[in-house]
Ligand binder design. Structure first.
Ligand SMILES: C[S@@+](CC[C@H](N)C(=O)[O-])C[C@H]1O[C@@H](n2cnc3c(N)ncnc32)[C@H](O)[C@@H]1O
Length: 265
């Protein structure tokens, strides 16, 4: 039996572009001998899996993408869609399975994407699902457990390696952004119920929002400059921000997991 349960299949063209862009920079993607990537829980159409394959192929042309779904009807549908694809798509396939990640023997994915999957589970189910997926990764691999809005303007994800959770990323459409607190309602399941006083992720979002407000005068030069100043002031305040300024330009910020992990107990 596959591990997990069928949930709503909601998906949308291009909604995962922000995390795809981040995943394309993952160092292991370039360094492994065979680049296998899993898209777990792709939903009611094969679209986001095919988009992932095409974006990753720009940096790793021989990438092989395995779409895995726990709903057999969605597997059949995706297989029909890929068979009809023009031009033919030869580096993507679809199969039935769950958190156990049933890829062929000898395949160790360099990346597993599980987007908008765990949000429909209980918080208590997250650690075992993470452990099950991470176990299948290549030593240089990464799991991203993320959530986004319907059209991908607000996206957040946790990155995990075989060594454990590494970071939390937020990626926001900056045009017309009123407050980065909009990310709070789209946090991954491991954090969404922790946005309360006394929890590190709440302190982080509060600091981010305060920095965004303080940086308001920079709006004159555009929302990107305002965001860059916002993230720079988090760095100055001692937050362990990962990734360089080129990421900030995209409306992205990544913070080390230890700074936002749920408080013990
Ligand atoms: C909301 S859709 C997400 C679709 C796509 N990833 C996206 O973000 O647009 C969630 C999908 O995950 C599938 N799912 C839930 N638990 C799963 C599991 N343990 N293994 C594989 N698929 C799962 C559901 O059947 C559903 O089709």
């Amino acid at each position: 039996m596959p591990q997990g349960a069928i949930t709503r299949g909601t998906t949308n063209t291009n909604r995962l572009r922000r995390s795809d862009r981040w995943l394309a920079t993952w160092p292991g993607l370039r360094s492994v001998a065979d680049a296998h990537v899993v898209d777990l829980g792709y939903g009611a159409s094969s679209t986001t899996t095919r988009e992932l394959a095409s974006r990753l192929a720009q940096v790793r042309p021989d990438v092989r993408v395995w779409g895995i779904e726990i709903d057999p009807a969605r597997v059949t549908l995706a297989q029909e869609e890929i068979a009809r694809a023009k031009p033919p798509v030869t580096n993507v396939s679809f199969s039935f399975g769950g958190f156990e990640i049933p890829v062929p023997v000898g395949v160790a994915p360099v990346a597993i994407r599980a987007f908008n999957v765990l949000r429909q589970y209980d918080e208590a189910e997250v650690p075992s699902a993470w452990a099950s997926m991470v176990k299948r990764l290549d030593a240089a691999g990464v799991l991203i457990d993320g959530t986004c809005d319907e059209i991908g303007r607000v996206s957040t994800w946790i990155a995990l390696t075989p060594a454990g959770p590494q970071s939390l990323s937020l990626s926001l459409r900056l045009t017309d952004l009123e407050t980065p607190l909009i990310a709070a309602e789209r946090l991954p399941k491991a954090l969404i119920h922790r946005n309360v006083s006394g929890e590190p992720v709440h302190e982080f979002l509060t600091a981010l929002d305060a920095a965004w407000r303080t940086s308001a005068p920079l709006s004159t030069f555009g929302s990107v400059q305002r965001w860059q100043a916002t993230v720079a002031s988090l760095v100055a305040a001692g937050w362990p921000i990962l990734g360089g300024r080129s990421r900030w330009r995209l409306g992205e910020v990544t913070v080390a997991w230890d700074a936002v992990a749920p408080a013990a107990g």
